[in-house]
Design a protein around this ligand. Structure first.
Ligand code: UD1
Length: 421
């Protein structure tokens, strides 16, 4: 297993490019299954999760063609089997995103039921209930969700999400795009990635209104056609590099991103003392060598503060001036990083869903272990500010969601290297 060794204490300074959004690319790739011709998706990030989705397509008999710029052309008409096997689903929960498109387009699907994961139980009941509301018959048998569309195809339905679910909204929106009649999704997720997926579906000919609000109306169409689409920038990667620069008292300019999709994060960074400037497709953060001030925050569905940025802000608070309370409301067990940071000298008290972080003047490098994707990013940030060397184990979690993290950080002046193991 590869490890990262980071020598901390260097103020980040420089410019890097932000990759395409993982959480947008995954549903968009799944949505290509709805098309009745070849579809091209550009600006895919070079990540392990994307490779897993492409491998899943390969297992189903679809051979995506990837060009040197990582645009992928997919022709779903070559599909042979409608099964997403457990060995792939267990490595990536987002594989569940193929369920809605397969039932809508091919009338049936078998997708392994994702298990629990490091950050909580993460059920998929809403995905299942949403499809049932559209007339699908679903059995959960031997660890698989077996779904069948009714005679004549899925029917449009009114569906209320009792919990806001990002991939749940995406799955049902994709299925509704090819259903008979109108669907109305209430208490839908408003995340920018849901909007990006809706725009992609619209580019294929879908009729969708209200994406980005909590009510999405979809008028099913008979067929969805070819399209060429560019995935939006990754707001979590953007936020992670901004926090990394802020924690080190440094400066970073991020290109090919979008300042309008992470306002809650930018607000918290300003509160921490960062100077932030931006243009249409770039953001620059400058701490002018200052130590950040601790901030209080509470995660919640978009447009509130994203749970995927919580761990990184725990790191920021861990070396900030003062004390900050971090409240996690989306996932029940998302503080695993805290215990690793404590090994580096962080002063953090966890009580239920709240972490109270009192900034230490200095963290000390230590061997630590990445437990999930965003937790690993927070350990990288802690390591960048710590005195001495930090060895981060299990970094396959990082490779699931951060493209070329060591090259990008090296470009900003960090001392970071990967040790193959
Ligand atoms: C997506 C993101 C993930 C992010 C999360 C919350 C992708 C591929 N992943 O995950 O990075 O952390 O949104 O912003 O886009 N829930 C249910 N029943 C369901 C589905 C969800 O109770 O059927 C609950 C979950 O346990 C959780 C909450 O809803 O407590 C939100 O989860 P959800 O938005 O579904 O997360 P994902 O879509 O899996």
């Amino acid at each position: 297993m590869d490890k990262l060794i980071i020598t901390g204490g260097i103020r980040l300074d420089g410019e890097i490019r932000i990759s395409g959004a993982k959480n947008s690319a995954l549903p968009i790739l799944a949505a290509t299954l709805l098309a009745d011709g070849p579809v091209t998706v550009a600006n895919l990030p070079h990540l392990h999760d994307i490779t897993t989705m492409i491998e899943l397509f390969g297992r189903m008999g679809i051979e995506p063609v990837i060009d040197e710029k990582l645009a992928v052309e997919i022709d779903p008409r070559t599909i042979k089997t409608l099964i997403a096997p457990y060995e792939l689903v267990k490595t990536m929960r987002a594989s569940i995103l193929v369920l809605g498109p397969m039932v809508a387009r091919f009338g049936e699907a078998e997708v392994a039921l994702p298990g629990g994961c490091a950050i909580g139980s993460r059920p998929v009941d809403l995905h299942i209930r949403g499809l049932e509301a559209m007339g699908a018959k679903i059995d959960v048998e031997a660890g698989y969700i077996k779904a069948k569309a009714p005679e004549g195809g899925l029917r449009g339905a009114h569906f209320f999400f009792d919990t806001v679910s990002v991939t749940g909204t995406e799955n049902i929106m994709m299925a509704a795009a090819l259903a008979n009649g109108r669907s109305v999704l209430q208490n839908a997720a408003r995340e920018p990635e849901v909007v990006d997926l809706a725009n992609f579906l619209i580019a294929m000919g879908a009729k969708i209104q209200g994406a980005g609000t909590d009510t999405i109306t979809i008028d099913g169409v008979k067929r969805l056609g070819s399209a060429h689409y560019k995935v939006m920038p990754d707001r979590i990667e953007t936020g992670t590099y901004l926090v990394a620069a802020a924690a080190t008292g440094g400066r970073v300019k991020l290109k090919d991103t979008d300042p309008t999709i992470l306002e809650a994060v930018l607000d918290k960074l300003r509160e921490a003392g960062a100077e932030i400037t931006s243009g249409d497709d770039w953001i620059e953060l400058n701490m002018h060598g200052k130590r950040p001030k601790a901030v209080n925050l509470r995660t919640a569905p978009y447009p509130a503060f994203p749970t995927d940025m919580q761990a990184q802000f725990v790191s920021l608070n861990a070396i900030a001036e003062g004390t900050g309370a971090v409240i996690e409301t989306v996932f029940e067990n998302r503080f695993m990083h805290v215990y690793e940071m404590v090994r580096m000298g962080a002063q953090i008290l966890v009580e239920g869903n709240t972490a109270v972080v009192t900034g230490a003047a200095q963290l000390k490098g230590a061997p630590v272990m990445a437990t999930d994707l965003r937790a690993s990013a927070s350990l990288v940030i802690a390591a960048l500010v710590a005195e001495g060397d930090t060895l981060i184990d299990r970094i396959y979690h990082i490779d699931r969601g951060y493209e070329c993290i060591e090259e990008k950080l090296q470009q900003l002046g960090a001392k970071i290297r990967r040790v193959p193991g």
